[in-house]
Design a protein around this ligand. Structure first.
Ligand SMILES: [Zn+2]
Length: 438
């Protein structure tokens, strides 16, 4: 594998003792092999003058299959949003529309500096998403959505418990650990009200036995929380915990409505919370108690959720929104820029069990990096690099992206996906999907 030298960069390492390092960064064999210093030679030399070199963003809650639903499900609350728009569109997906959607999502993520995602797909055609992750060079932990319960679920999304598990295990066997470990599998039961107790218990047992993550939604919306309470007699997080869906290998997206006991459970079990501030605001779900969770020592990372409810997959938007929301609630001192940048990088990597491999700039780690131009009008002057990244920068400022030591974007040109073709395919497939539904 070729070597890459990133020259003259401002390296944002995420090492608390030495966060900003000026100098060169060398990549060899897919790994970071030198940080700081100068004078090395390499097959490819990239000038990073005017750029911050950061660990690629890690988004811990995404739905690639929903990218082509962008703009087709606006201005609805969660349950109506699911029943009236998202489930019918997921049910209408074909292999080719899923592929177009996943390509559009991965292209947008890479162009905004995200190099790794935890993603929940739909019930069918998840193999297409894995193929897109493989061909694009992206890093992802992907799960087939599991749904064996619920009313008003379209026929194509209704599953039998046994076949849902069987299909998930087949995908796990085929894809987990592929592409040198860049691709991983997770179990992805949709949420408590879409899954039987039997399915959730089996998932809890299998995830532990097979050493993979569980990725689900929890306590996003008040109606959802009331339904879980009616059916189980327990609060949502307490119910999931009682079935074994808690622990360091579990990621719960949203966690907007929590009791103090649930926060304690999240802490004692080491369960990861994924904060999706834009999605929570747009669906009118509420504001997650991020400051309380962090003060309690709960793991919190960030995700854009899907394009159907955000409508962008942009970590800069999520970082800024997360910080501003909590400041409005608790005062300007909370969630300073360096804390938010950690949530967007190393904390996300840790939530995915990948913090020994990615999430910071350290010799020996896999080379997942983004070069962000800070010599732009809206970021000038740069009095503090981290402040510029969190409060001023935007996705368009990402210039070059490396994943697993491979250049996937240079000078804003995607190298593993054809941008024009991706846009054209997504437009065509979304028209076909909405045409089928009208
Ligand atoms: Zn979601």
């Amino acid at each position: 594998m070729s070597t890459i030298l990133i020259r003259n960069g401002t390296l944002v390492t995420m090492d608390p003792a030495n966060t900003i390092v000026r100098g060169d960064l060398l990549i060899a064999g897919g790994r970071i092999s030198g940080v700081g210093g100068s004078g090395q030679n390499a097959d490819t030399v990239i000038d990073a003058d005017g750029c911050a070199v950061i660990p690629g963003f890690v988004q811990t809650h995404i739905h690639l299959c929903q990218t082509i639903f962008r703009g087709a499900a606006d201005d609805l609350a969660l349950i109506d949003w699911l029943k009236q728009r998202v489930w019918p569109m997921e049910a209408a997906h074909s292999a080719s529309s899923i592929k177009a959607s996943a390509r559009l999502g991965v292209a947008e993520l890479i162009k905004g500096g995200t190099t790794c995602a935890l993603t929940m797909e739909t019930v069918n055609h998840t193999a297409e998403v894995f193929k897109v992750v493989e061909e694009s060079g992206f890093r992802a932990t992907v799960g087939k959505c599991m749904m064996d319960k619920g009313d008003e679920v379209p026929r194509a999304l209704q599953e039998q418990t046994a076949s849902s598990i069987e299909e998930s295990l087949a995908l796990l066997d085929e894809w987990h650990g592929k592409a040198d470990g860049r691709i991983r599998y997770c179990f992805a039961p949709r949420f408590a009200i879409s899954c039987t107790r039997e399915l959730l218990e089996k998932v809890a047992e299998l995830a532990r036995a097979r050493g993979v993550m569980i990725h689900t939604h929890a306590s996003e919306n008040r109606t959802e929380c009331e339904l879980v309470q009616q059916e189980s007699g327990l609060r949502n997080v307490t119910y999931l915990d009682s079935l074994g869906l808690s622990g360091r290998h579990v990621a719960l997206a949203h966690c907007v409505h929590l009791s103090n006991d649930e926060i304690k459970t999240l802490k004692t079990t080491g369960t990861n919370v994924v904060h999706c501030p834009s999605s929570n605001l747009k669906l009118g779900s509420g504001i997650a108690p991020i400051v309380q969770l962090m003060e309690a020592g709960v793991s919190v990372s960030l995700g854009a959720d899907g394009a159907a409810c955000n409508n962008r997959l942009d970590m800069f938007t999520e970082m800024r929104t997360a910080a501003l929301l909590q400041k409005a609630l608790h005062g300007p001192e909370v969630l300073p820029a360096n804390r938010v940048l950690r949530m967007a990088t190393i904390d996300g990597a840790r939530a995915m069990g990948l913090d020994t491999q990615i999430g910071s700039i350290e010799t020996g780690k896999r080379a997942d990096l983004a070069l962000v131009r800070l010599d732009r009008l809206h970021a000038t002057p740069v009095s503090d690099v981290i402040s510029a990244l969190v409060y001023s920068a935007e996705a368009e400022d990402v210039d070059t992206v490396v994943i697993d030591g491979r250049l996937v974007m240079r000078d804003r040109k995607l190298l593993t996906l054809d941008e024009q073709e991706t846009i054209a395919d997504a437009g065509r497939e979304s028209q076909r999907l909405t045409g089928d539904l009208s």
